[in-house]
Design a protein around this ligand. Structure first.
Ligand code: FAD
Ligand code: 2HG
Ligand code: ZN
Length: 450
C-alpha cells in the first residue's frame, strides 16, 4: 500500500491540446504562459503545465467553464506561499494564478472589496488609516484570495479574530464557471446558510475566490512591541510562549542578533491602542509586574517602527531560517495551550539525535504550535519516526493536525485524525455538489473522496 503522503494517482483528465491553448489565448491574450522559465516560478517541479493569468472575474469564469466542459484539471494559485503543497499542480493541472487580479474594487469606512496582492492591499489601507485584520510573515508574496482560501491565521488573530469573522462577503467562481456573488458588506445577515464559510479555508477545491469584502480595523495610533525571555514554559504561560532553538537558527543562518539575554523561551507581544501615553504607561506597568511575578529573565520594548520591525523579524523569519538547515518536516498543530511544550519535548526525546533540529514556535495565544523538524536532506527513516507519532500524540490530547495552514496535498489523507467519518463524508458531498466533475482535484480531501 502506498504511504498516505504519496501523490494520488493521476485521474483521467484531458490533456491540454494546442486548440485549448488557442482558446485560452483568445480569452486572455499574452497571459497564457507556456514558457518553462516563467512556469518554473509558479510551478516548482513540473514543467508540463500551462499558466493562466486572468485579470477579471469574467476571465476566470470563462476559463473554468471551458475547463469543466473539456474535463481539464485546474490548480488555483495565489502567492504560492502555502506550506502544504496546495497551490502547485500534482500532474499537469492548469495553473490559474490570481497574480494579475490586483485591484481594490471599493472602499468605505467600514469595509472594502478587494482582489489583491496582500502587500499592495496593506499599503492601500495604511494610506487611509486602516489596517488588515490579518498579518503574516508571508505578507510580501501572498494574495488575499489565497489567505481566504486557506483561512490563514497569522500574527493578529488574537486581537482581531479569524477571517471567518472578518470576511463579510465573497465572490466565487464555481468549478463550472458560474459566478456566485456573495459580496455582502453587512455586519449582520442571517438570511439562510452562511455559504461564504464553505469557501473560507476550502483551499481551492470548491471554486476560485475572485473578490473579498473584509472588515478592516482603524490603524492604531500607538503600537508597542515587547520581546521577553523566560526560564520555564510554566512561567511563560502566565503570559505566553516561544523556544530557544529558533533563536540559534536566526543567529547562524540570518545573522539576526538576539536583542536580549539568551533564554530558553521567548515571546513577542504587540499591543495597539489609541492613546500613546496611556498605552506606554500600561505596558510598562505590565512589564514591571511580569519581571517580578513571572520571572522574566530579560526583555526589550520597541515603540518606533524600525525597532518594531526588527523585533518582529525574529519571529517572522524563523520559517526562512529553517530552510538553511536543508529539508524541513513541518507540523502545524492546535492544542490546549498547556500541552504545546510537551509535544515539543516528547518529540525531541522520541527522535533523539535522528533530526538536525527540532524547533518549536508558533502562536501561543492561539494554542498553535509550529513544530518543525529539520534534516540535511529528505529522510524517509526520520519521517517514519515522526509520523504517525505526531498525529497520534495530537489526537490523544484533543488537538487538531492543522491549526492554520490547511491540509493541501501533503496532509489530505490525515484528515481522519481530526474529523469524524461523518463530517468527512459530508465534506465529500459538498465537494461533489460544487465540483461535480472534480476538476479542482487532489487536495484537502482524502484520496477515497477524490
Ligand atoms: P497559495 O500558496 O498560492 O495557495 C494556497 C491554497 O489556496 C492552495 O490550495 C490554492 O489552490 C488555494 N488558492 C489560492 N488562491 C485561491 C483563490 N483565489 N481561490 C481559491 N483558492 C485559492 N499561514 C498562516 O495561517 N499564518 C501565518 O502566520 C503564516 N505565516 C507564513 C510565513 C511564511 C514565511 C510562509 C512562507 C508562509 C506562511 N503561512 C502562514 C502560510 C501561507 O502564507 C498562507 O497559507 C497564505 O494564506 C497562502 O496565501 P497564498 O496567496 O500564497 O496562497
Ligand atoms: C508562522 O507562523 C507561519 O510563521 C509558518 O505559520 C510556520 O513555517 C512554519 O511552520
Ligand atoms: Zn503561523
Amino acid at each position: 500500500t502506498p504511504s498516505p503522503a504519496a501523490a494520488p494517482e493521476r485521474r483521467p483528465f484531458s490533456r491540454v491540446t494546442p486548440e485549448d491553448l488557442a482558446f485560452f489565448s483568445k480569452i486572455i491574450p499574452g497571459r497564457t504562459i507556456t514558457d518553462p522559465d516563467i512556469l518554473e516560478t509558479s510551478n516548482v517541479d513540473w514543467l508540463k503545465s500551462v499558466l493562466l493569468r486572468p485579470q477579471t472575474t469574467e476571465d476566470v469564469s470563462q476559463i473554468l467553464g471551458y475547463c469543466n466542459s473539456r474535463n481539464l484539471a485546474v490548480s488555483p494559485q495565489g502567492g504560492n506561499t502555502g506550506l502544504v503543497g496546495g497551490s502547485v499542480p500534482v500532474y499537469d493541472e492548469i495553473i490559474l494564478s490570481t497574480a494579475l487580479m490586483n485591484i481594490v474594487l471599493n472602499f468605505d469606512s467600514v469595509s472594502g472589496q478587494y482582489r489583491c496582492v496582500f502587500e499592495s492591499l496593506s499599503l492601500f489601507l495604511e494610506d487611509r488609516d486602516y489596517i488588515m485584520p490579518l498579518d503574516l510573515g508571508a505578507k510580501g508574496s501572498c494574495h488575499i484570495g489565497g489567505n481566504v482560501a486557506t483561512n490563514a491565521g497569522g500574527l493578529r488573530l488574537i486581537c482581531y479574530g479569524s477571517l471567518q469573522g472578518t470576511v463579510l462577503g465573497l465572490e466565487v467562481v464555481l468549478a463550472d464557471g458560474r459566478v456566485l456573488d456573495y459580496l455582502a458588506t453587512l455586519r449582520k445577515d442571517n438570511t439562510g446558510y452562511d455559504l461564504k464559510q464553505l469557501f473560507i479555508g476550502s483551499e481551492g477545491t470548491l471554486g476560485v475566490i475572485s473578490a473579498v469584502t473584509i472588515l478592516c480595523p482603524r490603524k492604531p495610533k500607538a503600537v508597542n512591541v515587547a520581546f521577553l525571555g523566560w526560564e520555564s514554559f510554566e512561567q511563560l504561560l502566565q503570559t505566553f510562549q516561544r523556544c530557544r532553538e529558533d533563536m540559534r537558527l536566526l543567529n547562524t543562518h540570518l545573522k539576526l542578533a538576539n536583542p536580549i539575554t539568551d533564554c530558553p523561551f521567548y515571546i513577542v507581544i504587540e499591543t495597539s491602542g489609541s492613546n500613546p501615553t496611556h498605552d506606554e504607561e500600561k505596558l510598562h506597568q505590565f512589564l514591571e509586574e511580569a519581571m517580578t511575578s513571572s520571572q522574566v529573565i530579560d526583555g526589550t520594548v520597541a515603540m518606533e517602527e524600525a525597532k518594531i520591525k526588527a523585533l518582529w523579524s525574529l519571529r517572522e523569519r524563523v520559517t526562512e531560517a529553517l530552510t538553511h538547515d536543508g529539508f524541513t518536516y513541518k507540523y502545524d498543530i492546535s492544542l490546549p495551550v498547556e500541552r504545546i511544550y510537551q509535544l515539543f519535548t516528547d518529540m525531541r526525546e522520541h527522535l533523539r539525535d535522528r533530526a538536525k533540529s527540532v524547533v518549536g514556535y508558533g502562536h501561543v495565544g492561539d494554542g498553535n504550535l509550529h513544530l518543525n523538524i529539520t534534516s540535511p536532506t529528505k529522510d524517509p527513516v526520520l519521517l517514519a519516526s515522526i509520523e504517525p507519532f505526531v498525529y497520534e500524540w495530537t489526537v490523544r490530547f484533543q488537538g487538531s493536525i492543522s491549526a492554520e495552514h490547511g491540509l493541501g496535498l501533503k496532509k489530505r489523507n490525515y484528515i481522519y485524525y481530526s474529523k469524524a467519518s461523518l463530517a468527512v463524508a459530508l465534506m465529500g458531498k459538498i465537494k461533489t455538489m460544487l465540483d461535480p466533475k472534480g476538476i479542482l482535484p487532489y487536495k484537502t480531501l482524502p484520496d477515497d473522496l477524490q
